[in-house]
Write a protein that binds this ligand. Sequence first.
Ligand SMILES: Nc1nc2c(c(=O)[nH]1)N[C@H]1C(S)=C(S)[C@@H](COP(=O)(O)O)O[C@H]1N2
Ligand SMILES: [Mo]
Length: 334
Amino acid sequence: MSRPVLNPASFFRRIPLAPQQMCDRRTRTDDMIVLCHLGVPQLNRDEWVLTIDGLVEHPLTLPFAALTRYPKVSLTSIHQCAGSPLNPSEPTQRICNVTWTGVRLSDVLAASRPRPDARYIWSYGADFGAFNDVAVDCYMKDLPLDRVQPQSDVLVAYELNGAPLPDIHGFPARLVVPGFYGTNSVKWLTRMTLADKRADTPFTTRWYNDPILDDAGVDTGKTKPVWSIAPQSVIVSPAPDETVTTAAAIEIWGWSWADGGVSDVELSCDDGATWLATTVEPPQGREWQRFAFLWQPKRTGRTTLCARARSLSGLQQPLDSGRNAVHRVEVTVT
Ligand SMILES: Nc1nc2c(c(=O)[nH]1)N[C@H]1C(S)=C(S)[C@@H](COP(=O)(O)O)O[C@H]1N2
Ligand SMILES: [Mo]
């Protein structure tokens, strides 16, 4: 395929809603994160094809109409940008909760008959160019084949919130890996290659890799890919700098999420000195979970609210370091 036109032709992004604006359970498409490292390829759905090759018995070349003949599935999932790969431990809250529709990648892969030695899927986007002065032939990520067992919820998606994918979100089709950071959900998907090892490209082995620390917190010199979403939470209400009174109890609420779901969220109304249990919704598929706490403020003055989530797998949100560090909201009590 000849190279598509990119418009915009280089890095383009939109930061999503601030936590106090995340009032709706499902995020409107116009309020979502947009993150395009290399620009936005302008693709024609009638010319687009998805190639499946590498360690497969039966390579496939699927035009859009052939892709959509696989059973159609929809799911609502958190979709989170891990933050800038140039500043990976900066805490961010680039999160939304949206509905994707498409086909199961496992159904497509079954038709290609992966060979027993296939362990990873390398996914290629149609975008190309330079990011941070490093030239690449395309955006590319890899995924363990284990994540794509039969009936897995990894999708090749062609709709977002019930409408065709907008061009900035990957038109005409993209990968969606629910529970993994957004960086893994390759937009403008054109090729998937099955391989017996990880892909050695800037987006797979250089950027989007976190240092592995030992039990004492010391860097081991090894890294791990930014795949599974760590537990995190945001306080939606009250908003920063809001004034509350000792005269009435108010509801403090927000969203919590983690790959595999959240088991509990604790809240502190004194900047982490003491923690209280909140009421958290049970996990519903891949969606974020609302937590709430009825707070009766007692002392007047400035105070800091913070929430910390724990995943069902037992990980807890760190107080101060890392992309998922707790979100703090300062309010005034009168
Ligand atoms: N082809 C391609 N896919 C991509 C990217 C990209 O630059 N090119 N950015 C990734 C990153 S870092 C994120 S957070 C998500 C953002 O998806 P969205 O813009 O549809 O919200 O897309 C991912 N997929
Ligand atoms: Mo991202």
